[in-house]
Ligand binder design. Sequence first.
Ligand code: GTP
Ligand code: MG
Length: 171
Amino acid sequence: GLKKKEVHVLCLGLDNSGKTTIINKLKPSNAQTQDIVPTIGFSIEKFKTSSLSFTVFDMSGQGRYRNLWEHYYKEGQAIIFVIDSSDKLRMVVAKEELDTLLNHPDIKHRRLPILFFANKMDLRDAISSVKVSQLLSLENIKDKPWHICASDALKGEGLQEGVDWLQDQIT
Ligand code: GTP
Ligand code: MG
């Protein structure tokens, strides 16, 4: 058949937000792993949608590895940024990391689509995706298309809506 267009995506966000769990759920079921452990450094993963072949740089969100992120910015054609909606204490840290990302010279003037997952919506103390977008001041992002989806990566809820949006932005 026709070769799908290849897209490089950076998956970013704080440690424990659910990045690896989300990427794992987007893979075909026979390629999914059962036990997900904190990412060391980064991991390269692949999944396909109807028209695209995604290569994902699933970065570690741990503080000591966050300085690795910027080395991949030039390669990225889209960003998936994951937030733990139940982690109110670190929402300000997530915002700091997002602001640093958006101001980076390799990101700042590019019209990269950014998909936000307000993840862990299943948890009792999770805040809504509207509230997450307010706390992260997403309305200030004016030079890039962005979209936020509430997700439950354990059940896989909300993921398809997000990836459909991303695919629409790229194709
Ligand atoms: P680092 O690799 O350390 O940056 O973390 P990460 O963002 O890749 O998080 P990971 O996918 O390893 O998930 C961290 C923990 O959150 C795991 O125990 C997951 O099972 C759990 N988790 C991920 N998504 C959800 C979710 O939507 N709901 C709930 N309740 N737990 C989740
Ligand atoms: Mg991970």
